[in-house]
Design a protein around this ligand. Structure first.
Ligand code: APR
Length: 256
């Protein structure tokens, strides 16, 4: 029996690791569609196939963000004007918040962001295998498989932005609008005044400590956006957001 198992595995065109990545992705895709009926026009097999063609057979340090264009074009995603929530250096609190309520949506609450969140993947030059370990890290090379995906998915999310847009930034660090972040390098640059009415920054602070809305990096942000786009910033204590997370029935408008 064990010989039979080994044999069929040798004969299969993909490695066990690529089979498990495929299964992980299709399972997450189907689970998302199950819980979000508005995305039921998506086909998870097609999504897998568009996804894998971006990086299989390629040097994992040489996958440009454009490699994910077919994936992004395969995914059907309705824009959600006035509810889009961007973030930088606030990953945990922002997702604790959106998990509990429907008034805001981050990239990780959309189909493609949900599927890839937390995963690592890469291919290898001249090989049809996929790997989930031993892949280059975020800063090991610029065009790595995972980072290019997040750059491309973030670009698409920002391109779809419309109405009043919100960004949750971290007021406990020296530079809440970090010039090397995805938010600064990709997303903000794509907000178009023709579609986006305003940008509201929620600066999450630790009880009257840390940076304020007058911070130079936030002034840079304000200068960066198109002049027609309204800008505002509000420092909100972390405890107030935590209260909203613990009381999901609080109206979203009352959270900041
Ligand atoms: N090493 C490892 N992972 C990193 C690194 C790094 N040096 N830098 C960023 N990341 C990954 C992590 O998973 C991290 O949680 O990117 C995530 C976001 O990084 P941040 O610096 O916190 O924020 P930013 O680069 O602005 O990206 C967040 O982009 O994903 C979109 O729409 C989303 O608005 C959001 C923004």
């Amino acid at each position: 029996i064990s010989l039979g198992v080994v044999h069929s595995h040798v004969l299969s065109s993909s490695s066990p690791s690529s089979e498990s990545l495929k299964k992980t992705i299709i399972d997450k895709c189907e689970a998302f569609i199950q819980n979000n009926k508005s995305s039921s026009a998506n086909n998870c097999q097609k999504i897998w196939s568009a996804f894998q063609q971006a990086f299989v057979g390629r040097d994992p340090c040489n996958v440009p963000m454009e490699a994910y264009d077919p994936l992004i074009h395969t995914v059907i995603q309705d824009p959600v004007c006035n509810r889009m929530l961007f973030w930088s250096k606030t990953k945990k609190i922002v997702h604790d918040f959106t998990e509990k309520r429907d008034c805001f949506l981050t990239l990780e609450d959309t189909l493609v962001g949900f599927i890839m969140n937390g995963l690592t993947w890469c291919g290898k030059e001249d090989s049809n295998e996929t790997f989930t370990t031993g892949c280059p890290g975020w800063t090991d090379c610029v065009n790595n498989t995972v980072r290019s995906f997040w750059n491309r998915a973030s670009a698409a999310f920002a391109d779809a932005a419309c109405g009043d847009v919100t960004a949750m930034l971290n007021g406990s660090i020296a530079t809440p609008f970090s010039p090397t972040s995805i938010f600064a390098t990709i997303e903000v640059k794509r907000f178009k005044a023709a579609k986006v009415k305003s940008l509201s920054v929620v600066l999450v602070t630790k009880e009257n400590k840390g940076t304020t809305c007058d911070d130079p990096s936030l002034q840079d942000l304000q200068k960066e956006i198109e002049p027609k786009l309204k800008y505002n910033c509000k420092a909100v204590p972390e405890s107030k957001i935590q209260d909203c997370i613990s009381h999901p029935d609080t109206a979203c408008g009352a959270c900041w």
